[in-house]
Design a protein around this ligand. Structure first.
Ligand code: GAR
Length: 181
């Protein structure tokens, strides 16, 4: 299996699921130094970096992330709750080698607030998608999806928790296959 670099912005529960599933992780990079997932990865002896575009600009920031991923031997990049848009240049350098998990059944509800939008629409089924990252937001080829029910009385938080459990099962399975291609 190819070595995977994981980009996070916060909690990192999907990153933890990927590590716990035995995926070879060469680097965990966060755009926020206070991301709780960073300490978790560091505790497990995984190389980590915290870099922010603040002060240096997006191009320099992404160049450093790119260099760190290559130095760590990563051949695939997995976004796991990474809340920044990657530039076209970065996506081009890693063409067809970046994947993302998104908390909706794409092509429904690209972007943010997916659970509130699913509830407002009266959907009875929600879920998550793993897809290839392209220049267009949440629009690359689908690699896998998992469905969960929307239950009466659900709010965005209860639905998010149910979808997150499905994410933790879906992402490792799909990424293992993708990184073994
Ligand atoms: C997950 O639900 C993930 O699907 C979502 O953020 C959460 C991160 O949780 N990602 C996006 O919305 C990407 N646009 P985690 O940090 O615990 O993995």
């Amino acid at each position: 299996m190819k070595t995977v670099g994981i980009l996070i912005s916060g909690r990192g529960s999907n990153m933890m699921a990927l590590v716990d599933a035995g995926i070879p992780v060469g680097l965990v990079a966060s755009d926020r130094p206070d991301a709780p997932g960073l300490a978790w990865a560091k505790d497990r002896g995984i190389a980590t970096i915290a870099l922010s575009p603040r002060g240096i600009g997006k191009a320099a920031y992404e160049a450093q992330v790119d260099a760190a991923l290559r130095e760590a031997g990563c051949e695939v990049v997995a976004l796991a709750g990474y809340m920044r848009l990657l530039s076209d240049a970065f996506v081009g350098r890693w063409r067809d080698r970046i994947v993302n998990i998104h908390p909706s059944l794409l092509p429904k509800y690209k972007g943010l607030d997916t659970h509130a939008r699913a509830i407002a629409a009266g959907d009875t089924v929600a879920g998550c998608s793993v897809h290839v990252v392209t220049e267009e937001l949440d629009a690359g080829a689908l690699l896998g999806q998992a469905e969960v029910p929307v239950l009466p009385g659900d709010g965005p938080d209860t639905l998010a928790a149910r979808v997150l459990e499905a994410e933790h099962r879906l992402y490792p399975r799909v990424l293992k296959e993708f990184a073994s291609r």
